[in-house]
Design a binder for this molecule. Sequence first.
Ligand SMILES: NC(=O)c1ccc[n+]([C@@H]2O[C@H](COP(=O)([O-])OP(=O)(O)OC[C@H]3O[C@@H](n4cnc5c(N)ncnc54)[C@H](O)[C@@H]3O)[C@@H](O)[C@H]2O)c1
Length: 372
Amino acid sequence: MARYKIAWLPGDGIGVEVLDAAKIVLDKLSLDAEYIHGDIGWEFWCKEGDPFPERTVDLLQHVDAAMFGAITSKPAKAAQAELAQPLQAKNLSYRSPIVRMRQLFDLYICLRPCKAYPGNPINHKEGIDIVVFRENTEDLYAGVEFSPVPPELSATLSKLSKQYKPFQDLPGEQYAVSCKINTRKGSERIIRAAFRFAKENNRKKVTVVHKANVVRATDGLFLETAKEVARDFPGIQMDEANIDAMTMWLLKNPFNYDVLVAPNLYGDIISDLCAQMVGGLGFGCSGNIGEKLAVFEPTHGSAPKYAGQSKVNPIATILAAKMMLDWLGEKEKADRIEKAVALVIKEGKVRTYDMGGKNTTVEMAKQIAAKI
Ligand SMILES: NC(=O)c1ccc[n+]([C@@H]2O[C@H](COP(=O)([O-])OP(=O)(O)OC[C@H]3O[C@@H](n4cnc5c(N)ncnc54)[C@H](O)[C@@H]3O)[C@@H](O)[C@H]2O)c1
C-alpha cells in the first residue's frame, strides 16, 4: 500500500492541464503515493445537478491530502439553463464546490505564499516575499444571504437597528442582504496560525488587515482577537492596516510586509494583489488547510479561453504540489521542487506566454522535472 493517498481533482478547463503538469513533476520525485481521481466541476452540475458529488465528498474523507485544479462556475440563471433537462424542475441551486469543500471539511486556513522568484520578467519588484493567511470558512462567504429580503428579517432588523431605517420600507425584491459573520473562534484560529507560522519560519511581523473603523462589529472583533493572540507571541511584531490603505501600501512598499492575516473577503482581495506582484495567476498557489485534511490548488480559475491549448503556466500548480509535500512532512522533496522552479525561472530558457515566452504547459513542467 502506498504511504500517501492523494485525491486528484482536476475539475474544468485548464484545471485538467495544470494538474497533469504537476503530475509530471511529482512523478520525478518518486513520492510513495496513490493518486485517486475525484469528479468535481461544471460537468457534474450539468449532468447530475451537483458539482461536488457525494462520492467525491466521501473520497476526501479517506485521503491524506488533495490536489485541486480549477472549476468553472456561472451565475444562477446560466447554471439553471445548462442543467440536464430532467433536473430542471428539481429546484436545484448551484453552489461553488470549493466554497462548500472549505466549509464541509473546515479547511479554515487559506495559505497563500507570494514569492518573487529572481529573474521572473513579470515580477512587480524583485525580492517580494509575503505570506497571506486568509480565513476560509466564514465572514461574507458564510452563505447567509437573502434576495429577496423576507418580511420577518426586515421586521427584526427594523426593531434592532437604527441604521436599518433607510431600508425598512423597501419592497423585499428591491434589495438584498448578505451577512458578514465572524466568530471569535474562527478569528482566533486563523490569527494564531499566522503567528505560529511567523514564529516557526523566522518571520518578524504579522500585519492584521481589516476595516474596523467602519465595519465595527465583525472587523472590530477580528482586530481585538488579534491583539489578544499577539500577546502570546512576544517575539513577533503585530501591525495592522485598513484593507483600502493596505492595497496602496502593498504596491508602494511591498518590503514592509511579511505575514498578512485577514478575514475571508479582504484575504481574497489582498492575496490576488500579492500574487499579481509576483507574476500573476500563473504563480499564485494556495493551500486550504484544516486539522484533518488539506487541499492544494492554483488560485486561478478554469480559464475557458485557453482550455485544451497547453498554453497556460503550470508553475502555480507545481508550487501548490510543493506546498502539499511540505504539509505531508516531505520537506526535502518540497525543497527540490522549489529549487527546480526557481532555477527554470532564473535561466529563462523556457517561458509560457504570460512570462513573454512561447513554451507550452507541458514543456514548462518537463523542464522543471528535468531540474529535479
Ligand atoms: N478556484 C477556482 O476554481 C476558480 C477561481 C477563479 C475563477 N474560477 C472560475 O473560472 C472561470 C473563469 O474565470 P476567469 O476567467 O475570471 O478567471 P481565470 O483565473 O480562469 O482566468 C483569468 C485569466 O487569467 C489568466 N490565467 C489564468 N490562469 C493562468 C495560468 N495558469 N497561466 C497564465 N495565465 C493564466 C488568463 O489570461 C485567463 O484568461 C469562471 O467560471 C470562474 O467562476 C474558478
